[in-house]
Design a protein around this ligand. Structure first.
Ligand SMILES: *Cc1c(COP(=O)(O)O)cnc(C)c1O
Length: 425
């Protein structure tokens, strides 16, 4: 396909394209396995001498078209889908890290990623250091060790909605020859393409805006093909003979797509966590309207941020494109098409008033989710973070009054009317 198509057109035409007489819409290949006429051909597929369908844990045509669409939107050399965002993030790390390796990550991360990094990866012998992303380049570099294999951040981080300084992080990664992985879930490739700003690998929870209708769990990794594994000299799994594939060297056999092939035929093959064909179909469909949805998520969120900022019962509001946000300058620099649909605010009166507010909302739903086309709220102190002490909550940026609002696609006046009512507390 024409490489110069715009992002909007790729939302619609990237991925599946019907051939002569074929279904116009992506068919669901609901089959675990694929029939082959010759044992020699199947043997070649197993040896990766040729790429083709073998078994749906390793690849499936419907899932493949979803991968192609996301890959075209992010501008990578290949993508790989998973059953959830968490599975994708886990695989993005395990593809290049073994026991004894180290990851340097920003502190501003999704809660599930923090737990994965600090608890579960630690059990596998992979150590993760969390650094304040606003620290100076020199301070961040003091955390880099001989065995640091990954630098990790989120385009728009949780829960403060801090925009990552790509110039700083990508130059640290480049100068130290470390792969730079970015979770782009909140921004989506509509608002920001990390590969154009020095990232090497992009991960998404497709469950959020890519789905956008709160129907399906999924995740995806995109490989930028822009990291020189050989020159880095510290990724033997990609650059040295692989005994489980008759001594094949991934960088020799697959060139710039070595990482994403390795992720598929080792991590996805062995750990499972494959995306179902049905969910891939749902995502492929939803992506067709992602550009329109993100535009409206952004404009509604900015309007609500300004409305809340001016409200007497509101203590504070955080949204990257409000001038008082700590990373406002970075948001202006990187998020020129909008800062996505999530904002947070504190109600006057703290915990009790926050709960009263949560009871009074009607149009807006109380759910544990973001990125849906229905506006929703969550009060982390009484839900997702309730097992933590108030001090622990504070460390992770959760205050007793904090309410997270994921702004949907409803008419803005109806949303304001619901908030007006609920804020009579
Ligand atoms: C939700 C989320 C995840 C985890 O994705 P799941 O699909 O729920 O596993 C990871 N990163 C970010 C930024 C998220 O919002």
């Amino acid at each position: 396909m024409n490489k110069n198509l715009s992002t909007e057109t790729l939302c619609i035409h990237g991925g599946y394209k019907a051939g002569d007489g074929e279904a116009q819409v992506l068919p669901i290949t609901q089959s675990t396995t694929f029939r082959h006429e010759s044992p020699e051909h199947l043997a070649d597929l197993f040896d990766l001498k040729e790429l083709g369908w073998i078994y749906s844990r390793i690849g499936n045509p419907t899932v493949g078209h979803f991968e192609e669409k996301v890959n075209s939107l992010e501008g990578g050399v290949g993508a790989l889908a998973f059953a959830s965002g968490q599975a994708a993030i886990t695989a993005s790390i395990l593809t290049v890290c073994n026991a004894g390796d180290h990851v340097l990550a920003s502190t501003n991360l999704y809660g599930g990623t923090i737990t994965l990094f600090t608890s579960t990866l630690a059990k596998l012998g992979i150590q993760v250091s969390l650094v304040d992303p606003d620290a100076s380049r020199e301070e961040i570099e003091t955390q880099i060790k001989e065995n640091t294999k990954v630098i990790y951040g989120e385009t728009i981080g949780n829960p403060g909605l801090n925009v990552l300084d790509f110039e700083k992080f990508s130059s640290i990664a480049k100068d130290n020859k470390i792969v730079f992985i970015v979770d782009n879930t909140f921004a989506t490739p509509i608002l920001f393409k990390p590969l154009e700003h020095g990232a090497n690998i992009v991960v998404h929870s497709a469950t959020k805006y890519i789905d956008g209708h709160a129907t399906s769990l999924g995740g995806v990794i995109v490989d930028g093909g822009n990291f020189d594994w050989k020159a880095a000299g510290k990724y033997p799994d990609l650059t040295e003979p692989d005994p489980s594939y008759h001594g094949m060297v991934f960088t020799d056999s697959f060139g710039p797509a070595a990482y994403i092939l390795k992720a598929r035929v080792h991590i996805l093959r062995d750990f499972g966590g494959a995306l179902s064909a049905f969910n891939a179909f749902m995502f492929h469909n939803s992506l067709e309207t992602l550009h329109l949805r993100m535009e409206k998520h952004c404009s509604n969120a900015l309007a609500l941020a300004k409305y809340l900022e001016a409200h007497d019962n509101i203590e504070w509001v955080k949204y990257p494109l409000l001038e008082n946000h700590e990373t406002y300058d970075l948001a202006k620099k990187y998020l020129v098409n909008g800062a996505s649909g999530v904002l947070s605010f504190g109600v006057k009166g703290g915990y009790d008033k926050a709960l009263e507010f949560m009871k009074k909302i009607e149009l807006i739903s109380l759910v544990t989710h973001v990125g849906d086309l229905r506006t929703s709220v969550l009060h982390p102190a009484s839900t997702s973070h309730r097992q933590l002490s108030e001090e622990e909550q504070a460390v992770s940026g959760v205050t007793p009054d904090l309410i997270r609002l994921s702004v949907g696609l409803e008419n803005i006046d109806d949303l304001i009317a619901d908030l007006d009512e609920a804020l009579l507390i």
